[in-house]
Ligand binder design. Structure first.
Ligand SMILES: [Zn+2]
Length: 64
């Protein structure tokens, strides 16, 4: 399995589909990434499931 997975999610601001490259060497991570469509900061929470596949939650930065 690759350490980098590409995953699709949706921008919580503009609802555009966005593609993220997740570094699966970290089991749990939170970071901010600016949407490349609307440029607003998305709060991303990434959790790896038991098979090591990442699940992403994208939220408004001020929801956190
Ligand atoms: Zn956006």
């Amino acid at each position: 399995m690759s350490l980098l997975e590409t995953i699709n999610t949706t921008c919580p601001y503009c609802a555009e589909a966005i593609e993220l490259v997740i570094d699966c060497s970290e089991h749990e991570q939170r970071y901010i990434e600016d949407c490349f469509v609307c440029c607003r900061p998305i709060s991303l929470e990434v959790l790896l499931d038991s098979s090591g596949y990442p699940a992403v939650q994208a939220r408004h930065e001020d929801d956190v």
